[in-house]
Design a protein around this ligand. Structure first.
Ligand SMILES: *[C@@H]1O[C@H](CO)[C@@H](O)[C@H](O)[C@H]1NC(C)=O
Ligand SMILES: *[C@@H]1O[C@H](CO)[C@@H](O)[C@H](O)[C@H]1NC(C)=O
Ligand SMILES: *[C@@H]1O[C@H](CO)[C@@H](O)[C@H](O)[C@H]1NC(C)=O
Ligand SMILES: *[C@@H]1O[C@H](CO)[C@@H](O)[C@H](O)[C@H]1NC(C)=O
Ligand SMILES: *[C@@H]1O[C@H](CO)[C@@H](O)[C@H](O)[C@H]1NC(C)=O
Ligand SMILES: *[C@@H]1O[C@H](CO)[C@@H](O)[C@H](O)[C@H]1NC(C)=O
Ligand SMILES: [Cu+2]
Length: 208
């Protein structure tokens, strides 16, 4: 059953967070109130932090690109780069069970990470974001500039192709309302200010 995979992924994510991460969890809601938006869309994250995409509405992805080629997976322009891809996350399905699907990526360095949604024309419509924008290093590479490039993207690579670059994150579900705070016994993640980690564990255990 597909759900067990998600559940195990969630548990694996918690387990690896326990042993490898000392950072904080930063929540990004995806598609809030039916918008084509990552909220917030410009965040700073330190090495060891986790960024958790929370798919609260619609049917979106969080997919990594490079700056110059928005709307296309990183691997399409660099065969040796993997780059993450959440897969499509239809919120209604998890909502029907009182849950929210989440996709969590670890932050390994502070280079800018460019992210888009691979659904339909969402990327062109500005459904993009950046982690660790660094205009001091290159003033051309701002979120605004990335958005402008995305608006004019001639090729959008969604589902099938983006799936090739699917690595680097974990998918799970949570009942925690975005904004809920919780700590789980044994977690070495700093008490997450925005994410209900304990809720993930609770749901995972219930599902199993
Ligand atoms: C979403 O809608 C709620 C209720 O209308 C509102 O309070 C909130 O500010 C909205 N959030 C965003 C990011 O638009
Ligand atoms: C979500 O979007 C993908 C890609 O467009 C599509 O294949 C899938 O059927 C959609 N899922 C739902 C539940 O609408
Ligand atoms: C992804 O895989 C499909 C099918 O194997 C292939 O046609 C496509 O070119 C690949 N895309 C990328 C970006 O590697
Ligand atoms: C391609 O990706 C690899 C692995 O992440 C990286 O070391 C390399 O610098 C990248 N090449 C370019 C041209 O960005
Ligand atoms: C700054 O970024 C732009 C857009 O990607 C690129 O064309 C330019 O070569 C970069 N400049 C430097 C000094 O790397
Ligand atoms: C950080 O490294 C892990 C392990 O190699 C990888 O799975 C993940 O995708 C990386 N994070 C990002 C944002 O690239
Ligand atoms: Cu989208």
């Amino acid at each position: 059953m597909q759900f067990s995979t998600l559940v195990f992924a969630a548990l694996a994510s918690l387990a690896s967070a326990q042993t490898t991460s000392t950072g904080k969890m930063i929540a990004v809601t995806v598609g809030i109130n039916g918008t084509l938006k990552f909220s917030p869309d410009n965040i700073k994250a330190s090495v060891g932090d986790m960024v958790q995409f929370q798919f609260v509405a619609g049917n979106h992805t969080a997919t990594q690109s490079n700056f110059d080629n928005p709307c296309q997976p990183l691997s399409m322009h660099n065969a040796s780069a993997t780059g993450f891809h959440s897969g499509f996350q239809p919120a209604a399905a998890s909502k029907a069970m009182g849950m929210t699907s989440v996709y969590t990526i670890p932050i390994n360095d502070t280079k800018p990470i460019w992210v888009y949604c691979a659904q339909g024309k969402h990327c062109e419509a500005g459904m993009v974001m950046v982690i660790n924008e660094n205009t001091a290093a290159n003033s051309s590479r701002s979120l605004d500039a990335y958005k402008k490039l995305a608006a004019g993207a001639s090729t959008v690579v969604p589902s099938g192709n983006a799936a090739n670059s699917s690595t680097g994150g974990t998918t799970g579900t949570t009942t925690g309302a975005p904004g809920a705070s919780a700590t789980a016994a044994g977690m070495s993640l700093a008490a997450p200010s925005t994410v209900g980690l304990a809720a993930i564990a609770a749901v995972a255990l219930l599902m199993i």
